[in-house]
Design a protein around this ligand. Structure first.
Ligand SMILES: [Fe+2]
Length: 116
């Protein structure tokens, strides 16, 4: 089964993996310096119970920390964030989401975005 330490990534496309992977949905191409919407959610709903829940989600641009949202069991672990695109000196950049389940560790997902 999956390792519960370190950072996990989707490997086999199992329901267990989909339940823990913080999928990023946003445009594939954005304008430099513009704000754009980024949605982060699991592919299959994860339980939000007292003893098993999604604790938090974090968003990075490469290694640059952007935001963190902490959840309680009264929340659906799904967020929409407005992110500022980098300036035009780059051609593309990577968004990286981390999500932590209290039982099943930290999971990572990356999406590359083009700049226009
Ligand atoms: Fe879990």
């Amino acid at each position: 089964m999956t390792h519960y330490c370190g950072i996990n990534r989707m490997k086999e496309g199992t329901d267990f993996e989909k339940k823990h992977t913080p999928f990023i949905e946003c445009k594939d191409k954005v304008k430099a310096d513009d704000y754009f919407e980024v949605k982060i959610s699991t592919g299959i709903p994860h339980p939000m119970e007292d003893d098993h829940f999604i604790h938090w989600v974090e968003l990075y641009m490469g290694d640059l920390y952007l935001a963190r949202v902490d959840f309680t069991q009264f929340m659906k672990p799904e967020v929409k964030l407005m992110v500022k695109a980098p300036s035009k000196e780059h051609e593309k950049f990577t968004l990286r989401a981390l999500m932590r389940c209290n039982l099943h560790g930290v999971w990572e997902y990356e999406k590359e975005i083009l700049l226009e």
